[in-house]
Ligand binder design. Structure first.
Ligand code: NAD
Length: 479
């Protein structure tokens, strides 16, 4: 039984959740304690008690702890990556890559702990000095989704601690394993008791405490739009700071002058890898008329070669969907697209088992063509290996189609035209823009986030993380 870490102790929960391997549903990854609301409140109380001392800890103390956590994650990347692939279903190389990213993030924020920025200005009044500094907020409630079981927790926990905050962390119910390993490493890292707490449990119970408890100064959330709206409403009601990263319907524009291999590679990588379960996945490919037929034909040829199977097996390109509910959602979207008049050009069928006969939530990646902008397949996030194709008359039309979405996380363009690439970077209504690169796959040391319905609040990651995890103080001194 894997327990919760609250007030420096490993505690049993009120219930138990079973972590199932989506590549082979007969395989139980482990049983994990589920905290209830009272335990979540205990975690908040312990974080609140730890805050005064931790917020005054030295940059060296924070550097040493975060750096050591990063080193251990990197040293154990293969082992933790295997666990991550087993519980979430992304392929082993992708999972090891995610763990590596988590290690790098801890090391980046170890460095940031040593570099707290500030400003010293002369006052407009004679003899007075003005200092602008950043201070820790207090207790940060961290709520994360299932699709990046260690990288998203890392990019919230590491900056929270680096800037002197205490943490109550609630991972997604489907993937407690990687979160637990991260918590176990943090529990041995030298953090004072109460500075970091892990509370696994239901969103409606444990998550709700983090939204409603007045001792939680700020909530950082990544997940679906619906839950994000609940987070926002609860935080506004009690004037708590919050930050939301939510869904996407990311466009990839392919112009007539594109290198076809680059275009197919970008579309396959960011549409289907990680089983399409990435908020930055390009689920809409917008192709200009002249290349459309060749692009679709090349995509189908490439998709025939993609091997769907057990995430931990060598040579597999696409692992399973995370669970039955998500698989049903993916299949529904494929069906609805066809009902609305689109054509299924390839894939889209569930496979009850893989080539080894292991039962899992397998779906052959789907390419849907002959779609129009108002179809649900072009408006709603599927969150699976399902890509739609839209046809554009020219660059201007492609740009308009790309921006015709309530979301704005990532957008890409494949072109050899510097003019169009430059224009697209400026006029795309997305938080992150990629030229001749997949929309998924970003660096860990620069800001991450979107616009419109995809994100709310300040950016995550890189130095921009300080905006969320600190509060600015202006001090005036007359010596
Ligand atoms: P989800 O909204 O169902 O759950 C996210 C987290 O919120 C989980 O920990 C869940 O337990 C918790 N939660 C649920 N109800 C709650 C409540 N009432 N109060 C407090 N917490 C509650 O999302 P998911 O299915 O885990 O993740 C998939 C979604 O995440 C997709 O929409 C995807 O686009 C999005 N996502 C976005 C980004 C990004 O950076 N923009 C990154 C990854 C995933």
């Amino acid at each position: 039984m894997f327990k919760n870490f609250i007030a420096g102790e490993w505690l049993d929960g009120a219930r138990v959740s079973r972590n199932i391997n989506p590549s082979d549903t007969r395989d139980l990854v482990g049983e994990y304690a589920q905290a209830d609301a009272a335990q979540a409140r205990l975690a908040v109380a312990s974080a609140e008690a730890a805050f005064p001392a931790w917020s005054l800890s030295t940059p060296q103390q924070r550097f040493d702890i975060l750096d050591a956590v990063g080193s251990e994650i990197l040293a154990r990347r293969t082992e933790i990556g295997d666990l991550l692939a087993r519980e979430e279903g992304k392929t082993l190389p992708e999972a090891v890559g995610e763990v590596t990213r988590a290690g790098h993030i801890f090391k980046f924020f170890a460095g940031e702990a040593l570099r707290p920025g500030g400003e010293l200005l002369p006052s407009v009044r004679p003899g007075v000095g003005v200092e602008i500094t950043r201070e820790a907020l207090g207790v940060i409630g961290i709520i994360t989704p299932w699709n990046f079981p260690i990288a998203i927790p890392a990019w919230k926990i590491a900056p929270a601690l680096a800037y002197g905050n205490c943490v109550v962390f609630k991972p997604a119910d489907l993937v407690p394993g990687s979160a637990w390993v991260l918590a176990e490493i943090l529990s041995r890292s030298g953090l004072p008791q109460g500075v970091f707490n892990l509370v696994m449990g239901r969103g409606s119970e444990v998550g709700a405490v983090l939204l409603e408890d007045a001792r939680v100064s700020a909530v950082t959330f990544t997940g679906s739009v619906g839950t994000g709206q609940k987070v926002a409403a609860a935080c506004v009601a009690r004037m708590a700071k919050f930050q939301l990263e939510m869904g996407g319907k990311n466009p990839l524009v392919v112009l007539d002058d594109a290198d076809l291999d680059v275009a197919v590679n970008c579309a396959v990588q960011s549409g289907f890898y990680s089983t399409g379960q990435r908020c930055t996945a390009s689920s809409r490919v917008i192709v200009s008329e002249g290349l459309q037929q060749r692009f679709v034909a090349a995509m189908v040829e490439k998709m025939k070669t993609l091997k769907v199977g057990n995430a931990r097996q060598a040579g597999i390109d696409i692992g399973p969907v995370v669970d039955q509910t998500q698989l049903n959602q993916d299949l529904d979207h494929v069906r609805i697209a066809q009902q609305q008049g689109a054509k299924l050009a390839f894939g889209g069928e569930a496979l009850a088992e893989n080539e080894q006969g292991q039962p899992g939530f397998y779906l052959r990646p789907a390419l849907i063509t002959e779609t129009s902008p108002e179809m649900r397949i072009n408006r709603e996030e599927v969150f699976g290996p399902v890509v739609s194709v839209q046809t554009a008359r020219d660059y201007e039309h492609a740009l308009a189609l790309a921006n015709d979405t309530p979301f704005g996380l990532a957008a890409g363009i494949v072109t050899r035209s510097l003019k169009h690439a430059t224009h697209f970077k400026r006029h795309s209504q997305a938080g992150m823009v990629m030229v001749n690169l997949p929309t998924a796959g970003v660096d860990y040391h620069v800001p991450f986030g979107g616009r419109k319905g995809s994100s709310y609040g300040s950016r995550e990651q890189g130095r921009y993380a300080a905006e969320f995890y600190t509060v600015v103080k202006t001090a005036y001194t007359l010596p």
